[in-house]
Design a protein around this ligand. Structure first.
Ligand SMILES: Cc1ncc(COP(=O)(O)O)c(C=O)c1O
Length: 382
């Protein structure tokens, strides 16, 4: 079976994890801070805080930005449910901004008009979570202008976009946002098995995320409390155990060193798909600037929903695991029960109806791509 995504683990990665297992530090040791420094350096971020998943990083980012009951958080419907669930964990109301069907990213013009209406009704969002779908950055400069105008905070869900650039600078530097979150899940560009990182420029935000990931506990003695002794710790906030282990961080560090090769390989594969796929087989291709996207996913749009299903099943019949990204989040029963109905974001719905994710990962060979394209190009579709 050719998977749509899979990890690429080599002997150096294995050795890095084994080396940690031979120490006494399986958690809360020196490797997590090294991994955090390496991610921050890579993204040109001031701070990076590693946690157990991007979902945890999104949750803590919302909390650090004071999202709570009564807050409104807006996000894209064309994403994994975690981009919206993080706000629900905090008791906030979630709403969705429709997408631009050429990129799959949240549409800035639609955001602007939704904000204008919300402004009139006094229902502006507290936080906007943009999602860099498939590895291509959203139009962050324009999002930041709207954030300034309407006074909301911005989280970048860059789970797909480690290694991507925006305006020539790495996604994650937070030039246009408050916090950027990356995922290190097994099928992401750099794998820790499970893992997430929140990057930010503000030291107080970083400190809050750090405190919340570890039960809200600090070992620094509060000035107002007499310390009983050096064993003392204080719980300042209601935090969580969202820590990353040393093994996860060791794998992440080793993989991060290989990210430039992973990105180069993905660009080559994307170029190969683009060159070979026939317009009879697919209606449109992903067309980001090749060097700017991290190419986490390679999504094509099919001519209609029946053709998409046909291609999907033909690929599966040939042991090729295509996938579909994404079912609009608000179609999920949980969100339907909150009152969302079909038709709410027409662009996201039409995108979903015809989108097909083809295999894309650094272990894919040129011959694999040829085989996949041949199946698609030879499909007898109306
Ligand atoms: C856009 C997006 N956001 C958030 C997540 C959650 O990431 P994690 O699995 O690291 O919690 C994912 C994972 O698939 C994702 O694709």
């Amino acid at each position: 079976m050719i998977p749509y995504a899979c990890p690429d683990i080599n002997q150096d990665d294995i050795a890095a994890v084994v080396a940690v297992l031979q120490t006494d530090w399986l958690t809360q040791g020196p490797v997590v801070p090294r991994f955090e420094r390496a991610v921050a350096d890579y993204c040109q971020a001031s701070f990076a805080v590693a946690v157990s998943s991007a979902t945890a990083a999104l949750h803590l980012s919302c909390l650090a930005l004071q999202v709570g009951p009564g807050s409104r958080v807006w996000t894209s419907p064309n994403t994994f449910v975690a981009s919206a669930n993080c706000a629900r964990y905090c008791g906030a109301e979630v709403d969705f901004v429709d997408i631009d069907a050429t990129t799959g990213n949240l549409s800035v013009p639609l955001l602007a008009s939704k904000l204008a209406v919300a402004d009139q009704h006094g229902t502006l969002p507290h936080v906007l979570i943009v999602v860099h779908f498939a590895g291509q950055s959203c139009e962050m400069a324009e999002v930041a202008k709207l954030a300034q105008q309407y006074g909301f905070k911005v989280i970048e869900d860059a789970s797909h976009a480690l290694g991507a650039c925006y305006q020539g600078e790495p996604v994650g530097n937070c030039r246009f946002s408050d916090i950027t979150v990356f995922s290190f899940h097994a099928v992401k560009l750099v794998a820790c098995g499970e893992g997430g990182v929140a990057c930010c420029a503000d030291p107080e935000l970083a400190e809050r995320v750090r405190l919340l990931r570890s039960h809200g506990i600090t070992r620094e003695q509060g000035a107002d409390e007499a310390s009983d002794g050096p064993w003392c710790y204080q719980q300042q906030l209601l935090g969580f155990n969202y820590r990353m282990t040393e093994m996860q961080a060791a794998l992440g560090l080793s993989q991060l060193a290989r990210l430039p090769q992973f990105l180069q390989r993905r660009r080559q594969l994307a170029a190969q798909y683009t060159a070979l796929l026939s317009p009879d087989a697919v209606l449109s291709l992903q067309t980001p600037e090749a060097e700017a996207s991290a190419w986490h996913l390679y999504v094509v749009r099919c001519h209609n929903a029946e053709v998409r299903r046909y291609h999907f099943e033909q690929l599966r019949a040939n042991d090729i695991a295509a996938n579909v990204h994404y079912i609009p989040v608000y179609w999920q029963p949980y969100y339907r029960a909150l009152g969302f109905e079909r038709g709410y974001c027409p662009q996201a719905e039409s995108y979903y109806a015809t989108a097909l994710t083809l295999p894309m990962h650094s272990r894919l060979t040129g011959a694999d791509v040829e085989q996949i394209v041949e199946i698609l190009n030879s499909g007898e579709v109306a």
